[in-house]
Ligand binder design. Structure first.
Ligand code: ATP
Ligand code: MG
Length: 253
């Protein structure tokens, strides 16, 4: 039995710089089933982070409907959005977003405080997540005393400690070397195997290949949304190759 976890219908998002409107999403439809692992790809500026911020209840759409686990969230106020976020969403940012003055353990405990968990349970749950991510020996290190891969693992521990219904990761391996990236990818697969819903934004076809489905955004529109199989992986590369260059790292140099 599968339930719809994410139900996005005709979602638009406009940003404004002064009076200039920047249409970042121009009518996105997307459904994600509970327990699915989905990759979101697309060139720089295509709206991936904008969409992730909406999925993670960090921001609201300008138009259209977004239901998370059956609940319409697009019309909620800031406090209601924060509550949904604390209870249902684990968000992993490319830049880790750890608080520099807090230790690894304290960083992971923080969202559990917001969630109203009491002292002993809270510490146990944070510890558990860090141990699961292989950071037992790093509990009392501050972010600057950790490597990039370790910081990312703390950020993942923080995102999953509260056992959210959905884990959203915006380029979680973008800032890491390929080996650390592989380890992080294996962790996501483990989360997925445990029944978590996982959405990953990535520029890396290898990461997308390990997901069940890949969705391409281009200029704020979904241009492809396909199950991943070997041949689709090749198709994915074709689609990617056909996209306009993003300015950096042009493969045909
Ligand atoms: N706060 C903002 N104010 C104005 N414009 C914004 C804002 N955030 C994003 N944009 C614009 O919206 C568009 C989509 O941005 P977004 O960050 O979602 O792209 P992206 O697909 O995540 O790109 P990247 O791969 O580089 O991270 C871009 O044109 C960007 O310049
Ligand atoms: Mg982005």
């Amino acid at each position: 039995m599968s339930t719809i976890m994410v139900d996005v219908c005709s979602v638009t998002k406009d940003y404004y710089i002064g009076k200039i409107r920047i249409p970042a999403l121009r009518g996105v439809d997307l459904q994600i089933t509970s327990g699915e692992m989905v990759a979101i790809m697309g060139p720089s500026g295509s709206g991936k982070s904008t969409l992730m911020n909406i999925l993670g209840c960090l921001d609201r759409p300008s138009g259209g409907s977004y239901k998370l686990h059956g609940e319409e969230v697009s019309k909620k106020n800031d406090a209601q959005l924060a509550e949904i976020r604390n209870n249902a969403v684990g968000f992993i940012f490319q830049s880790f977003n750890l608080l520099p003055q807090l230790t690894a353990l304290e960083n992971v405990e923080l969202p559990l405080i917001y969630r109203g968990l009491a002292g002993k349970n809270r510490r146990a749950q944070a510890l558990n997540a860090l141990v699961r991510l292989g950071l037992k020996e790093r509990l009392h290190h501050r972010p600057k005393e950790l490597s990039g891969g370790e910081q990312q693992r703390v950020a993942i521990a923080r995102a999953v400690a509260a056992e959210p219904e959905i884990v959203l990761a915006d380029e979680p391996t973008g800032a890491l070397d390929s080996r650390t990236g592989e380890e992080i990818l294996a962790l996501f697969q483990e989360l997925h195997a445990q029944g978590n819903t996982v959405v990953v934004v990535t520029h890396d076809p290898n990461v997308a290949y390990h997901c069940e489905r890949v969705m391409y955004l281009e200029d704020g529109i979904v241009v492809a949304n396909e199950p991943v199989r070997a041949k689709d992986y090749l198709l994915a590369e074709e689609v990617l190759a056909a996209l306009p260059p993003t300015g950096e790292g042009d493969a045909k140099a």
